[in-house]
Design a protein around this ligand. Structure first.
Ligand code: FAD
Length: 284
């Protein structure tokens, strides 16, 4: 289908984009367009103004800021997964991003666009939960920050207001002693997760000192598997220790039933994939 007609502004700065958003009652932001352009073509959205921020220089790139990485929201998936700082300090993000779609989509789609879209099947929000990331948001009232835990509100819904931009993501480094792994299950290659698990584990003397586990597609938003995390803290770093804790992975989740699988199948997958992800992250 052909989209409804709309005004188009290619912004050069954050200030220009925010001012355009504030000046319209019916504007939408365009990032890499990999999710939004199909939405326009299906006429699921018919905004009067589209503000393209994909080439705003201050919203692109990766830099180090003390104990964190700051990633511009419009940094493409391709740039993120090949960035040396990301590979060194946030390998979980690099490996999860490598599972996103195909090279064409990864060359246009962006880290911030994927987070702002808040698809529960997206592979990247779970990584921000595991890292304890903070989103930087700019709107007509100025700049504010929101933790990843508070950013994802519901299905395709975030803490962003219609006149606000996600400009960057601050990702604390996990540091020495942590191992990480992203485990994804999909029906065909280069597709969204039926279920995915992002895991980070800190080992200490044959035991698991701390574990962070986030689930993809186990509810209307991404979730931390807190029962599993609690059971892993202090557990033996053995296959048996990890297996017991993984059996709790579906606690507190509310997965959907759809053409890719029923809810109870997703619960089963969450346990199996958590076992694999935590084992790999712990180097067992
Ligand atoms: C064939 C295909 C396969 C895919 N497979 C996967 C997959 O396996 N795993 C996966 O995780 N994803 C997958 N995706 C989605 C892909 O990761 C997209 O990059 C992502 O969903 C959206 O990023 P984008 O930059 O293209 O955002 P857009 O499509 O431009 O925007 C998406 C939404 O976010 C809003 N938005 C964008 N940027 C901002 C901003 N800076 N501030 C505020 N709001 C903003 C837009 O208004 C829109 O509502 C796939 C996409 C396609 C087309």
């Amino acid at each position: 289908m052909i989209p409804s007609s709309f005004e188009y502004l290619k912004a050069s700065t954050v200030a220009e984009a925010v001012s355009a958003l504030a000046g319209s009652d019916d504007a939408k932001v365009l990032g890499g367009g990999q999710s939004f352009i199909p939405i326009l073509r299906l006429r699921l959205a018919s905004p009067e103004l589209v503000v393209d921020v994909s080439k705003v220089a201050e919203m692109r790139g990766v830099r180090e800021d003390g104990d964190a990485l700051v990633i511009g929201a419009m940094t493409t998936h391709h740039e993120v997964m090949h960035d040396p700082l990301v590979r060194q300090h946030a390998p979980l993000l690099a490996s999860a991003t490598a599972t996103v779609a195909d090279p064409q989509v990864r060359h246009r789609g962006t880290f911030g666009g994927a987070l702002a879209h808040a698809d529960p099947a997206s592979d990247l929000p779970g990584v921000t939960l595991v890292h304890g990331a903070t989103m930087t948001i700019v709107g007509p009232g100025g700049t504010r920050t929101v933790s990843a835990a508070d950013f994802f509100v519901d299905y395709l819904e975030t803490a962003l207001a219609a006149d606000e931009l996600l400009t960057s993501i601050r990702l604390p480094k996990l540091g020495a002693g942590w191992g990480t792994h992203y485990e994804k299950f999909n029906r065909v290659a280069q597709a969204w997760s039926i279920v995915g698990v992002a895991a980070a584990v800190r080992r200490d003397n044959g035991h698991i000192a701390e574990a962070r586990v986030a689930l993809t597609n186990m509810g209307s938003t991404h979730l931390r598997a807190t029962a599993t995390e609690n059971a892993l803290a202090g557990a033996e770093a053995t296959d048996r220790g990890v297996h017991g804790a993984s059996q709790l992975a579906a606690e507190g989740t509310k997965p959907a039933s759809d053409q890719n699988g029923r809810a109870d199948y997703r619960e089963h997958l969450a346990k199996v994939l958590t076992h694999r992800a935590v084992r790999a992250a712990a180097g067992i």
